[in-house]
Design a protein around this ligand. Structure first.
Ligand code: SAH
Length: 366
């Protein structure tokens, strides 16, 4: 594939209105937008030539301007707990990872028929959370809407099963890529697009308060998860630099705005890190904070990241933390880890770069 083909935008990143405008420019009727979308999202063709109810001229024009999907699927790595990590190459040679979390049989704790995909929103991450692998090599660029949507289509093609739940908890800070994120969400949610209900879409953020307020204005009933990880500014600041820009009180103002617009419960993600944020004083503060916005709390025992010093607390400490939250009337769970053995668990996704020996992990930032 040559460079000009490489740089063509993915057709799956366009909304219905974009297609209508594109068709209008070519003197084509608007109803063709529905036909194109049907080929892309229902029939899932991989070339414009396969769109047999369109004329040859229109198919050629499509192929001149777009490619169907710009993600190149490289490897799939399965975990003993059934999660699968997918590695994709982007048109500019960058890499992203996506994690498939299949329905869990009763054997693995809670039985669920949710087939969840954990998608990336950026190449790398600029927020530099001290415990997370994704920020280690810094920030490279935003994903476009087609690259976000493409992760779902590729995961469904590879796995042969429809995804019915989506979490923006892969690489990157989704709210720092607001325009492309919201465009992707419209495509993912639409009947003419991927067709996943808004209630099955969760945006996870490190706490960008103004963008949370902006997202609250969007009409969809999407879910919000906050990576809290500390219940006082003092603790949160040591592990999440973003807290200096948006301290906890500012963040909670935004959460109140969110609550006034949405009726879904907010989730707090709280990684338990030994000796950092796992004290019962933090648990008590967290309980108070959670009650103030009626949030539920998802405790995540820290997943080790090579090159980072943190450890998870003992199960006894984890249970004590959970117990305190519950005793204060907070809905809380302790998450069973998934994908740890293939470094696909939360916070373990990081940039890859290719060398002559193949794909290797990008070096950690000094
Ligand atoms: N930037 C967004 C989305 C990516 S992180 C955000 O911060 O929410 C998705 C989840 O993985 C977050 O809750 C994040 O804090 C968590 N996470 C990061 N590193 C982790 C680690 N080493 N162990 C467990 N969870 C981790």
């Amino acid at each position: 594939m040559n460079d000009s083909q490489n740089s063509k935008p993915p057709a799956i990143g366009l909304e219905k209105d974009d297609w209508i405008a594109w068709l209008e420019d070519r003197g084509e009727p608007a109803f063709r937008a529905g036909q194109i979308l049907d080929w892309l999202f229902r029939k899932r063709v991989d070339s414009f030539d396969a769109m047999t109810n369109l004329g040859a001229g229109l198919r050629a024009a499509l192929a001149d301007d777009f490619r169907v999907n710009s993600l190149q699927s490289l490897t799939q790595q399965g975990s003993i707990d059934t999660t699968t990590k997918l590695l994709f190459r982007l048109h500019d040679g960058r890499y992203i990872e996506t994690v498939v979390i299949p329905a869990s049989p009763a054997l693995y704790g809670e039985k669920s028929d949710r087939r969840t995909l954990c998608v990336s929103s950026q190449v790398g991450c600029a927020y530099d959370c001290r415990f997370c692998a994704s920020g280690l090599a810094g920030f490279t660029r935003n994903l476009d809407a087609g690259e976000i949507v493409g992760q779902i289509l590729e995961a469904e093609r590879i796995g042969g099963e429809r995804i019915n739940n989506l979490v923006f908890m892969g690489m990157g800070e989704p709210l720092a890529n607001f325009r492309n994120l919201t465009k992707a969400i419209r495509i993912i949610n639409a009947e003419w697009g991927v067709g996943i209900g808004a209630r099955h879409l969760t945006i996870s953020t490190s706490g960008l308060a103004p963008q949370i307020e902006k997202l609250a204005e969007e009409p969809l009933q999407i879910r919000l998860a906050i990576s809290l990880h500390g219940a006082s500014d003092e603790v949160r600041e040591t592990i999440m630099p973003v807290n200096r820009k948006y301290p906890i009180d500012r963040l909670f103002e935004a959460l109140q705005v969110w609550r006034s617009k949405k009726n879904q419960k907010i989730t707090f993600e709280y990684i338990l890190i030994e000796g950092v944020n796992d004290g019962l004083d933090q648990a008590a503060l967290l309980a108070k904070r959670a009650r103030s916005v009626r949030a539920k709390v998802n405790l995540i025992p820290y997943n080790t990241v090579e090159g980072l010093p943190w450890k998870r607390p003992t199960p006894r400490v984890q249970e004590a933390f959970l117990g305190l939250l519950k005793s204060q009337g907070v809905q809380a769970t302790l998450r069973r880890e998934k994908g740890h053995d293939i470094a696909a668990a939360c916070g373990q996704l990081r940039l890859k770069q290719e060398t002559e020996e193949g794909i290797v992990e990008a070096p950690a930032k000094a």
